[in-house]
Design a protein around this ligand. Structure first.
Ligand code: GGG
Length: 360
């Protein structure tokens, strides 16, 4: 008998609905492991880091957290941000602390229609939605460069500087990643997004690198679009897109728009990848902590469960990943929908329906 593959996963549910949807994803993955008849299993270690941990310890995660996390095959993350901690402190103290220190420079965010989910775009004739937004995840507008009160002029006259950092290496690796991904897809097209008419240094460098890299992929269609025009294109001509690559901030905004067009932010999955595999990669739903519904058991678990499918891909379990995606589709098609997408089902009902769909 072949040896069982055991994958060690650090789970960090963190804040708000993160806790509910990570639990849902774990239930589904454990069910898949059981169904595999011993072919693979998951060894979970849960960490209590997040805003409650901050209230007790004054930090978002243990000072040795990165050393601890390094030993895992992957990280399964929920969401970060709660009212007791300023948003920039919680984000930098946990999520960005991990993505940046583990050089998870490629953030992959698929956006697609799911059967049975009504989206604003479905009203448009011929609209199609099957994209991947590729977010540069290590620099750009999230370089963390800048400072406050630089003028020393005192209250009422404060000056703040927030700089973006674009490196040729950083631009090239994410653009090549987008092209390599496009080559695996039915529609082989890469749309590069900047605002280089106004951001005349870093984003011009990005455009120049894009124009150079394009020459190595003559088989892939390309376009370079300004972010404002791309926002309109998302709504008006979604069928023209396949892989969209953009800087950290622009891609974050565009992927939220994309998932709203697919029906809800609650559906969107993401993978923060360290493609060199020097550090663990991290899988998480795109959505935040949703304080308005947290703790009620009604959060949409699909984004987190679809992120688990991306993690299966990362482990090389590609057939299992496709099986999980098919189970999610069967579940939404059968009308098991949470409130954000027009249904009445709660988190557990949708999770159980996905587990059942996996078993059939
Ligand atoms: N699961 C995603 C999450 O927790 N997001 C929190 C957030 O505010 N993210 C902003 C960002 O990463 O740009």
């Amino acid at each position: 008998m072949a040896e069982q593959q055991v994958f060690s996963i650090a789970s960090i549910p963190a804040d708000g609905v993160g806790k509910e949807v990570v639990a849902a994803g774990r239930t589904v993955l454990d069910a898949m492991a059981e169904q595999s008849g011993g072919a693979f299993s998951f060894e979970w270690t849960e960490f209590p880091w997040g805003s409650e941990y901050y209230a007790e310890h004054g930090v978002m995660m243990d000072p040795h957290a990165l050393e601890t996390l390094e030993a895992f095959d992957a990280i399964y993350f929920g969401a970060v941000g709660w009212e007791n901690v300023p948003d920039h402190v919680s984000l930098w103290g946990l999520r960005l602390n991990i993505t940046q220190n583990f050089d998870q420079w490629a953030n992959v965010r698929p956006v697609r229609f799911l059967p049975g989910v009504v989206s604003p775009l479905r009203k448009a004739e011929n609209a199609e939605l099957d994209w991947v937004v590729v977010r540069e995840n290590s620099e750009g507008e999230y370089a963390g460069l800048g400072g406050r009160n630089l003028s020393g002029r005192g209250p009422g006259n404060e000056v703040a500087v927030q700089s973006s950092l674009f490196t040729e290496r950083g631009c090239e690796r994410i653009i090549r990643f987008a092209f390599d991904l496009a080559r695996t897809r039915t529609v082989q097209k890469v749309s590069s997004v900047t605002k280089s008419n106004a951001q005349q240094y870093g984003m011009v460098l990005w455009d120049e690198v894009f124009a150079r890299v394009v020459r190595d992929y003559p088989d892939v269609q390309t376009e370079s679009v300004l972010v404002d025009a791309m926002s309109a294109k998302f709504v008006l001509h979604p069928e023209e897109l396949s892989v969209v690559v953009a800087s950290n901030l622009n891609a974050d905004i565009l992927s939220d728009l994309g998932s709203a067009l697919a029906g809800s932010l609650g559906l969107a999955a993401s993978a923060n990848l360290n493609p060199e595999r020097r550090f663990p990669s991290m899988f998480e739903p795109v959505h935040g902590t949703a304080p308005d519904i947290a703790g009620q058991g009604i959060a949409n678990p699909v984004g987190a469960i679809a992120s688990a499918a991306l993690m299966l891909d990362h482990f090389g379990l590609h057939e299992e990943a496709r099986r999980l995606e098919a189970a999610i589709e069967a579940t939404t098609a059968a009308g098991h929908l949470t409130r954000d997408i027009g249904g009445t089902a709660d988190t557990d009902e949708v999770t159980e329906a996905i587990v059942e769909a996996l078993a059939t």
